[in-house]
Design a protein. Structure first.
Length: 219
């Protein structure tokens, strides 16, 4: 007989997503993921929010001891990301002197805030440096992404999706633009991925690829 559930909430800067029947957790401070197979039933769907309902057992106590959860009900917001519907299909663009200067500034940002820094530092930096919001200028975004593709081969380090997205995000902000930084997960096999998105437009990846990931964190 299943014991009665007890309400819990995620500890600060922990994030969660349900992939199929699996519950995936992200600890931003530690920069790692954990997965509870068939744990999706522990998350109660409240539309744009969720709550955790964990049976009274040593399982909840173990998660609390590990720092993932704490007692008390809280309706917590899901990772707020518009469902991607399109992606940019552009080639490398022609870079002006100003574009090259902006890319240089973005590389300086990366040198200061990426190499040797924690995942938590990257996320905090991305959150703090967001410019004033405005309507997405698709033509301007497409131009900067084309510039990025043209200049990336000349960058000293190509890196993985985390590096490339962080570099592009800084380039966009030096151009007075912005995007959200989306982190998604999938299971069996487990894989985490990140990309940039403006509204429903995927900037640095293909729509078919990112559609296979469930958002867990949006910056």
């Amino acid at each position: 007989m299943r014991s009665s559930p007890s309400s819990w909430r995620l500890a600060p800067d922990r994030h969660v997503a349900v992939c199929g029947n699996d519950l995936v957790l992200l600890d931003v401070a530690a920069g790692n993921y954990s997965c509870i197979p068939d744990g999706g039933e522990l998350l109660q769907d409240l539309g744009e929010h969720f709550s955790l309902e964990i049976p009274e057992s040593t399982f909840g106590d173990a998660l609390a001891e590990a720092g993932w959860i704490t007692r008390g009900f809280a309706a917590q917001p899901r990772a707020a990301l518009r469902r991607p519907a399109r992606s940019l299909s552009i080639e490398a663009g022609k870079a002006s002197a100003q574009d090259v200067w902006r890319m240089g500034q973005a590389l300086i940002d990366v040198a200061a805030h990426y190499h040797g820094r924690s995942f938590a530092h990257l996320i905090a930096t991305a959150r703090q440096r967001r410019p004033v919001q405005g309507a997405a200028d698709v033509q301007a975004l497409a131009h900067q992404v084309g510039v990025f593709r043209a200049l990336l081969p000349w960058a000293p380090f190509q890196g993985v999706c985390l590096y490339r997205s962080f570099l592009l995000l800084n380039l966009l902000r030096h151009a007075g633009l912005d995007a959200v930084w989306a982190f998604g997960v999938r299971t069996w096999p487990f894989e985490a991925h990140c990309w940039l998105q403006a509204g429903d437009l995927v900037l640095d990846d293909h729509l078919d690829h990112v559609a296979g990931y469930t958002p867990i964190l949006v910056v």
